[in-house]
Design a protein around this ligand. Structure first.
Ligand code: NAG
Ligand code: NAG
Ligand code: NAG
Ligand code: NAG
Ligand code: NAG
Ligand code: NAG
Ligand code: CA
Length: 566
C-alpha cells in the first residue's frame, strides 16, 4: 500500500513539475460515510467467518466455525461504516446473508464534502473475502447522481451480463469504464486488497491538464462502493441458494479501510490546500492561491488583477493573473472580452494586451485605464497619469465655453455659437457678439452673411426667394436651387416644379426638361406624328429618329397593320 502511494506520488510529481499542484493525500480519512445496512444495526446478530484457524480472544467456535456477534450498541462489538475510513485496524461489516439474501446488495458511500481530483482508490478487506461483484461509483453533484468508475466481477461472463460487453474492452478513452476480474478471487479469505488507479493506462495520463475529459473523469464529491454479490466458496453455492443459515451467516462484506488518493482542485495555481477557517469545525479545504488568483479552487483572478482572462496554469501554458493598469487611480477592475478583442486596454507594461476595465476611477479620471480626465477637467502638460492631481479643473467662462478644455494647454472649448480658439467672435450662422444668437435668414440663400431681415426681407441670392431666402426662386429647384433648364422648344415656360425640377411640356414633348418627343412622335425638335397603327406596335410606337413603326411580334407592314405569315 505504502509502496503503491509512493509510486503514484513519484509519477505525478514528474508529470506536473512545472505547475503548482497540491500534494496527494488520503481524502477518505475521517470523512462522512454511510452504509445502506450494517451488521448489528438491528440488534445483536451472529456471524461466522469463512476462514477457520485462528480464534481471536472473543470469538467462539460453533459447529467448527469461528463465530462472533455484531451489536451496534456494544462498543466492542459494533462495526459502523466510520470504521472503514478511520485509518485503523477496525472494520465496517455488512449484515450476514442469514438476515436476508437482499443483503448481497449494500451501498457504502463516502461524502468528500467538496470537489477533489481523485487518482486512486485502495480498499483493504477485513474478515471477509473481496466482493464477488461490485461497482465503484462517483458523484460530482454532491450525491444526487452517481456514475460508474470501475466494475469488478469474478468472471468475464458476469462483466458482460451485469455491465455490458463494452466493459471488457481495453482502456481506449480517458473515461473508459472497465470491468476487472482479478480482484474478486476467493483468496485471501481475509485481508485482501483492491488497488484501483483511475489514471494509469489512460491516454492522457501523462498530460493530465491537457485533457478536460480526464480531469472530469477524476472529479468527485462522493465515492460509492455499490456491492452487489458476496464471493462464495465453490462448495457453498447450493447451500447459499437454499439459504441455509449455518452457511449464509458466513457471507457478508467486511472492509477494514478505504484510502482515496486525491488532491484539491487548484487549477495549477496553488501548491497547498488547507481548512478555510481553522477556528470553525468546517473541514472544507481551500487552495492557498498564488499567481494573483482567488477563490476556493483559484478559479478566478483576484479583484484588481483582471487584466488577462483567467485560465489554468499548465506546463506548456503558464499563467498568472496580472494587475490592471489604472494609473494609480483605482484598485478595482473587471475583465471584458470585447475590450480584449479590440486591444483597447493598456497592461502594466504599457502594451494593449488584455481586457481589464478600471472601475470607480478616482481623482477626476475616467476611461478604461483611468487615463482620461472627466469633462471640465484637463491634464496639464507637465503631469503624468499616475499622479494623484493629474486632472485639474478647466478655468473657463461658461458663457463662451462648454466648460471642457484641451489636454496639456487647458485651452477652453468654445460653445458652437463662438469661433475657436478664443471664442472672441460669433460662429457662422450666429450674430450679435457677445450674445451670438442664431441667424434668422437662411444663410445658404442669403447674399452675403446677413443674419437679420431689413424691412422684413433678407437679401436673397438670385436663385432664392422668400422673406428669409428659404425657398427657391421661380425657374430654380431644390435642394440647391439649381436652374430648371427647361427646353425652350418643348416647354411651356422656364419655371419648373420646385420639388422635382419637372418642366411643364407642350403636347408632343416629354422628359424632365421637355427635350424629347413623346411616344408616337419622332425627329426632335420637330416631333412629327408617326404613321403607325398603334394596335400593332410596341408601347414606344416608332423609332424616335426615323419614325419607323416598331411592331409587336406577329405584326408586320410599314404601319404594323398586317399579320405576318404563320
Ligand atoms: C459487550 O460485549 C462484551 C463481549 O461479548 C460483553 O462482555 C459486554 O457485557 C457487552 N456490553 C454491553 C453493554 O452489552
Ligand atoms: C445503491 O445505490 C444505487 C445507486 O448508485 C441504487 O440504485 C441502489 O438502489 C442502492 N442500493 C441500496 C441497497 O441502497
Ligand atoms: C496540449 O495541448 C496543446 C493544444 O491543445 C498542444 O499544443 C500541446 O502540445 C499539448 N501538450 C501536451 C503535453 O500534449
Ligand atoms: C500613487 O499613489 C500614491 C498614493 O495613493 C502616491 O503616494 C504615489 O506617489 C503614486 N504613484 C505615482 C507614480 O505617482
Ligand atoms: C445649406 O447648404 C448645405 C450644403 O449645401 C446643406 O447641407 C444645408 O442643409 C443647407 N441649409 C439649409 C437651411 O438649407
Ligand atoms: C417628374 O417627372 C418624372 C419623369 O420625368 C416623373 O416620373 C415624376 O413623377 C415627375 N414628378 C412630379 C412631382 O411630377
Ligand atoms: Ca478501520
Amino acid at each position: 500500500m505504502a509502496r503503491y502511494i509512493a509510486l503514484l506520488l513519484l509519477y505525478t510529481s514528474v508529470a506536473c513539475a512545472e505547475i503548482l499542484t497540491p500534494p496527494y493525500f488520503n481524502l477518505a480519512l475521517g470523512k462522512k460515510i454511510t452504509a445502506s445496512a450494517t451488521c448489528g444495526d438491528e440488534g445483536s446478530e451472529l456471524y461466522c467467518k469463512l476462514a477457520g484457524a485462528n480464534v481471536d480472544h472473543d470469538e467462539t467456535v460453533i459447529q467448527g466455525q469461528v463465530c462472533d456477534y455484531c451489536d451496534a450498541t456494544n462498543k466492542t462489538k459494533k462495526h459502523p461504516p466510520e470504521y472503514a475510513v478511520d485509518g485503523m485496524e477496525t472494520w465496517w461489516q455488512s449484515p450476514p446473508l442469514s438476515r436476508g439474501m437482499k443483503y448481497n446488495e449494500v451501498n457504502l458511500t463516502i461524502d468528500l464534502g467538496q470537489e477533489f481530483h481523485v487518482a486512486y482508490v485502495f480498499v483493504r478487506m477485513g474478515n471477509s473475502p473481496r466482493p464477488g461483484l461490485w461497482a465503484l461509483e462517483k458523484s460530482t453533484d454532491y450525491g444526487k447522481t452517481f456514475k460508474p468508475w470501475q466494475y469488478f466481477s469474478d468472471s468475464p461472463q458476469d462483466c458482460v451480463r451485469y455491465f455490458g460487453k463494452e466493459s471488457l474492452q481495453p482502456i481506449t478513452k480517458d473515461d473508459s469504464v472497465i470491468c476487472s476480474t482479478e480482484y474478486s478471487k476467493i483468496v485471501p479469505l481475509e485481508g485482501g486488497e483492491i488497488p484501483i488507479s483511475l489514471l494509469n493506462y489512460r491516454p492522457s495520463a501523462n498530460k493530465y491538464f491537457n485533457s478536460s475529459v480526464l480531469q472530469e473523469w477524476t472529479r468527485a464529491t462522493n465515492v460509492r462502493l455499490r456491492l452487489l454479490r458476496t464471493k462464495n466458496l465453490l462448495g457453498h453455492l447450493m447451500s447459499v441458494a437454499r439459504q441455509d443459515p449455518t452457511v449464509t451467516r458466513r457471507y457478508f462484506y467486511s472492509i477494514k479501510d478505504i484510502s482515496i488518493g486525491g488532491r484539491c482542485m487548484c487549477n495549477g495555481h496553488a501548491d497547498t490546500c488547507d481548512p478555510a477557517d481553522p477556528q470553525s469545525d468546517s473541514s472544507i479545504l481551500v487552495c492557498r492561491c498564488q499567481h494573483n488568483t482567488c477563490g476556493p479552487q483559484c478559479a478566478a483572478c483576484c479583484p484588481g488583477f483582471e487584466q488577462k482572462k483567467w485560465r489554468i496554469s499548465q506546463s506548456w501554458d503558464k499563467f498568472a493573473c496580472e494587475p490592471c493598469n489604472c494609473h494609480n487611480h483605482t484598485t478595482e477592475c473587471e475583465f471584458d472580452a470585447s475590450i480584449d478583442e479590440q486591444f483597447l486596454s493598456l497592461d502594466i507594461n504599457g502594451r494593449y494586451e488584455g481586457g481589464g476595465v478600471c472601475k470607480n476611477c478616482q481623482h477626476n479620471t475616467e476611461g478604461i485605464n483611468c487615463n482620461k480626465c472627466k469633462p471640465t477637467y484637463y491634464r496639464p502638460y507637465e503631469k503624468r497619469w499616475e499622479e494623484l492631481d493629474v486632472c485639474q479643473p478647466c478655468n473657463c467662462n461658461l458663457h463662451y465655453s462648454t466648460g471642457n478644455c484641451q489636454e496639456e494647454t487647458g485651452q477652453c472649448e468654445c460653445r458652437r455659437e463662438f469661433n475657436p480658439p478664443n471664442c472672441d467672435s460669433c460662429a457662422y450662422g450666429y450674430f450679435d457678439y457677445p450674445n451670438c444668437k442664431p441667424c434668422t435668414c437662411n444663410l445658404n440663400g442669403t447674399d452675403g452673411q446677413h443674419c437679420t431681415p431689413t424691412d422684413g426681407m433678407c437679401p436673397c441670392k438670385f436663385n432664392y426667394a422668400g422673406a428669409s431666402c428659404e425657398k427657391c426662386a421661380d425657374g430654380y429647384y431644390s435642394p440647391e436651387c439649381k436652374n430648371c433648364e427647361c427646353n425652350s422648344v418643348g416647354s411651356v415656360s422656364q419655371v419648373c416644379d420646385k420639388e422635382s425640377g419637372n418642366c411643364t411640356c407642350k403636347s408632343k414633348y416629354n422628359g424632365r426638361t421637355c427635350n424629347q418627343c413623346e411616344a408616337g412622335y419622332f425627329n426632335y425638335p420637330t416631333c412629327k406624328h408617326c404613321n403607325c397603327d398603334t394596335s400593332g406596335t410596341e408601347p414606344i410606337i416608332c423609332d424616335d429618329i426615323t419614325g419607323q413603326c416598331i411592331c409587336k411580334p406577329g405584326f408586320g407592314g410599314t404601319r404594323c397593320d398586317q399579320c405576318l405569315s404563320g
